[in-house]
Design a protein around this ligand. Sequence first.
Ligand SMILES: C[S@@+](CC[C@H](N)C(=O)[O-])C[C@H]1O[C@@H](n2cnc3c(N)ncnc32)[C@H](O)[C@@H]1O
Ligand SMILES: Nc1nc2[nH]cc(C(=O)O)c2c(=O)[nH]1
Ligand code: SF4
Ligand SMILES: [Mg+2]
Length: 209
Amino acid sequence: MTYAVKEIFLTLQGEGVQQGSRAVFLRFAGCNLWTGREEDRHKAICQFCDTEFVGTDGVNGGKFADATALAARVADIWGEGRGDRLVVITGGEPLLQLDSPLIDALHAEGFRIAVESNGTIAAPEGIDWLCISPKYGSELVQSSGDELKLVWPQPFDLDALEALDFDHFLIQPMDGEEVEANTEAAIALVMDRPNWRLTLQAHKLLGLA
Ligand SMILES: C[S@@+](CC[C@H](N)C(=O)[O-])C[C@H]1O[C@@H](n2cnc3c(N)ncnc32)[C@H](O)[C@@H]1O
Ligand SMILES: Nc1nc2[nH]cc(C(=O)O)c2c(=O)[nH]1
Ligand code: SF4
Ligand SMILES: [Mg+2]
């Protein structure tokens, strides 16, 4: 199949348990919870998105004709001889496009595959690290994975989320005008509920992509 890619870039994973790891970010275009147009934000299911994911005009973006070509481009951006390869597939919503041919092609290039998803679409087999970030008002279809990363505040029942099949439960303050208050609230939450850990968006603090 053809893949619509917004951008591909090399940086450090800024979020979650793998924060600080060198990674190629593969950002797919398009999402099922928001059109990505500012004029639609107020009526979107997910209204706090911090990302541009419309179109294929970003750095290394474009339409890729097949999985082999896309995986080769990701490998190129990682570079030769630099140890364990990690790709973080995000978006937009990456599970609208990630399929087993692309998983196989990235594995064939020697990558561990991490995915950032909103959990509304069942994940295909073969993902090495699955991060699910539920969005209130959407249906959580993928209720297992490696880390559940909850953007805070959202009116979720935390006991119900904690009962799901994840190895790590993370709280990430919602960026935007209220980020300071949201960070305070996230700290208070973790002080109250030690099963959860705070994760900050380190790339924003560091000025990385
Ligand atoms: C842009 S999303 C793309 C992946 C997928 N659509 C999702 O929502 O998980 C990447 C990550 O950023 C988080 N995120 C989006 N907007 C945010 C914001 N304003 N503050 C903090 N995290 C945010 C999402 O919850 C998700 O964990
Ligand atoms: N450095 C960096 N780390 C990230 N972790 C998750 C991101 C995302 O947008 O999915 C992201 C991102 O955009 N940049
Ligand atoms: S689900 Fe993810 S990509 Fe889609 S609008 Fe929300 S945060 Fe952005
Ligand atoms: Mg981001």
